[in-house]
Design a protein around this ligand. Structure first.
Ligand code: GDP
Length: 458
């Protein structure tokens, strides 16, 4: 997700950090780089102009010149302007869903065909069902969610939502293509009330382009449903077109927010940067994979950090926390401390934990640029593939072999390789890797984390 922009911007950040003094010329250089990076990312020209002008104004002001480290102060300005550009000025919580209303809270989904509306309906339903909207520290807020499709035009649309809902394990209300969308919507609200649903998400028909008949229909659905959230779903890979479409919809319909899908395939990122500025609507969610857990609430500040190559550690930790079995992890930690050795059984357990953390691709992206570039070879599903292969090899061993890897002589290795469908070299590689890890674990026990980080060159 916007690799090019991050690469360029993190280069700017790196250069700036090193500057002890700001001169007319290095400030100009920096502004030019930022401008190029944004244009290349397909950010709308007026947005770029204004953004660069604001940085320039602040850079030339006292804010920077008087600070101890002007280079770093400039990085700070770029960061805070980027945050503001993406909606940070809306204030805390503005990019969250508002659901405080008499149940059912209705969410209306709008967007063009193929934007990812149905998928996002499923993702959002899953996220709400699992209590994803509840901030840490607050009480559990798992919601009872119902989804319904009011798309009576595309033959398979209703079935598609049904399939998505099944995968997401959320309730689906069947509808019939012979009904009018308005009738479906009214029926769904009644059903949701009668069965005490907290939230009703209404998926609607998309068209290939913005057309008047579709606008009329969605407006009439909007009037009828009076939704608390009206979300416009748009494909990030459309760049400026995405933003213009969102604006057209926003002018015709009181949108409460935008969802940018397919950010995982968007190397530029322009839409994420300009949508707030151009439409005046907050970006509330981003879609980061085809899978149903590939939806993330949008946080302008964290995204700004990611764009600047500083990584998004908070999201990373949140994602890890969501999926990792804390009890299991603690057990493992205790075991590592007490047991004299770390064996392949432990290694296998750890891999399982890593797998639970979620989609590796999206995890890697949240690391600071230096790391994620190193890890980029692992992208495109490579990391997961490798993980599965490693697991396969470990599974082909007997528990005894995992407990005592020294048992693994040539004939056993051949058996394991055949059993897991890999060449023997790969078994050897895994064992070598494991030995390295074992060494690291010993270090960790002896000298703690700090020593290990030093050993790793960190
Ligand atoms: P709709 O016509 O707006 O309902 O769009 P769909 O929900 O049918 O999505 C169109 C295609 O985009 C499907 O193949 C989805 O799997 C894919 N898609 C949706 N969201 C994302 C996303 O965030 N990332 C990726 N990679 N694919 C997505």
């Amino acid at each position: 997700m916007f690799e090019n922009l991050t690469q360029r911007m993190s280069r700017v950040v790196k250069t700036l950090r090193g500057e002890a003094r700001l001169t007319e010329s290095n400030t100009q250089d920096m502004l030019r780089e930022v401008r190029l990076a944004l244009l290349e990312a397909d950010v709308a020209l007026p947005v770029v102009r204004e953004f660069v002008a604001r940085i320039k104004e602040k850079a030339l002001g006292h804010e920077v010149a008087d600070s101890l480290n002007p280079g770093q102060a400039l990085v700070g300005i770029v960061h805070s302007e980027l945050t503001a550009l993406m909606g940070g000025d809306l204030g805390e919580g503005a990019s969250e869903l508002s659901l405080a209303t008499q149940p059912p809270a209705i969410i209306l989904m709008a967007g063009l065909q193929g934007a990812g509306k149905t998928t996002t309906t499923g993702k959002l339903a899953k996220w709400l069902t699992e209590g994803g909207h509840v901030q840490q520290g607050r009480k559990s807020g798992k919601k009872k969610v119902l989804v319904v499709s009011a798309d009576v035009y595309r033959p398979a649309a209703i079935d598609q939502l049904k399939t998505v809902a099944e995968q997401a394990k959320v309730d689906f209300l069947p509808s019939d293509p012979s009904q009018k969308p308005e009738a479906i919507a009214t029926g769904a609200v009644e059903h949701a009330k009668r069965h005490h649903y907290d939230i009703l998400i209404v998926d609607t028909a998309g068209r290939l382009g913005v057309d008047e008949a579709m606008m009329r229909e969605i407006r009439s659905l909007h009037d009828l449903l009076n939704p608390i959230e009206t979300l416009f779903v748009v494909d990030a890979m459309q760049g400026q077109d995405a933003v213009n479409t969102a604006k057209a919809f926003g002018d015709a319909l009181p949108l409460t927010g935008v969802v940018l899908t397919k950010l995982d395939g968007d190397a530029r990122g322009g839409a994420a940067l300009s949508v707030r500025h151009v439409t005046g609507k907050p970006l509330k969610f981003v879609g980061v994979s085809e899978k149903l857990d590939g939806l993330e609430p949008f946080h302008p500040e964290r995204m700004a950090q990611r764009v600047l190559g500083m990584g998004d550690i908070v999201s990373l930790v949140e994602q890890a926390q969501k999926n990792i079995d804390i009890a299991e992890a603690q057990k493992m930690a205790a075991k590592l401390k007490s047991s004299s050795r770390f064996d392949l059984n432990d290694f296998r357990d750890q891999l399982q934990q890593v797998k639970k953390m979620g989609d590796m691709g999206s995890l890697l992206e949240k690391l600071p640029a230096q790391f994620s570039q190193a890890a980029s070879q692992l992208q495109g599903g490579q990391a997961e593939k490798q993980l599965r292969r490693t697991e396969g090899i470990l599974n082909a061993m007997t528990p005894q072999e995992r407990a005592k890897p020294e048992l693994l002589k040539a004939s056993r290795k051949r058996r394991i390789a055949a059993g897991s469908g890999v060449p023997v070299q790969e078994v050897n590689r895994l064992l070598a890797q494991f030995e390295q890890m074992q060494g690291m674990m010993k270090q960790m026990k002896k000298g703690g984390m700090a020593k290990m980080m030093r050993a790793m060159g960190g």
